[in-house]
Unconditional design. Structure first.
Length: 156
């Protein structure tokens, strides 16, 4: 029996194609797979946009205003360096996004993201988890050096 296909479906009011195309500029292994237009037309507004980000499949749908994206569902991205965190953070906040706390933000379309250093799960699995968690709770954008300092018993 073949394995089922699973992808994350995202509901947008009317900007699904613009959002998908923007997200694809942010990741090295990203692409638009297909754009299905309203009423099957070759031109005009997209109904569903299929795309991938780093091998993860997504569908963005222009479904109208009756539903909204909420922080109850977010895209979590683990990154290796502070430069990568800073770049992606700034790009997702551009043109109307809003920073939250603990590495969370909402982009201009209302999609919630968690921008997380790959070091964080490792640090939370140590005896220094308490100070690391406390340091993280005081941050907006996560800072690898400050998290490492908290794990080492230093305040940064």
């Amino acid at each position: 029996m073949p394995l089922p296909d699973i992808c994350t479906a995202l509901w947008f009011d009317s900007d699904a194609e613009a959002a998908a195309r923007y997200y694809c500029t942010l990741f090295p292994d990203a692409r638009i797979v297909a754009v299905h237009r309203q009423m099957g037309a070759a031109q005009g507004d997209a109904f569903i946009v299929e795309f991938t980000l780093m091998g993860q499949r997504f569908q963005a749908m222009n479904g109208g205003a009756q539903y909204r994206l909420t922080p109850a569902v977010s895209v979590s991205v683990l990154l290796d360096s502070q430069d990568e965190i800073d770049r992606l953070w700034a790009a997702l906040l551009r043109d109307g996004g809003a920073a939250n706390r603990c590495g969370w933000l909402t982009d201009r379309w209302g999609l919630s993201w968690q921008i997380v250093p790959r070091a964080l799960p490792r640090l939370l699995a140590t005896d220094a988890a308490g100070p690391v968690l406390q340091a993280m709770m005081g941050m907006v954008k996560l800072d690898i050096a400050a998290l490492e300092a908290a794990a080492a018993g230093n305040s940064a």
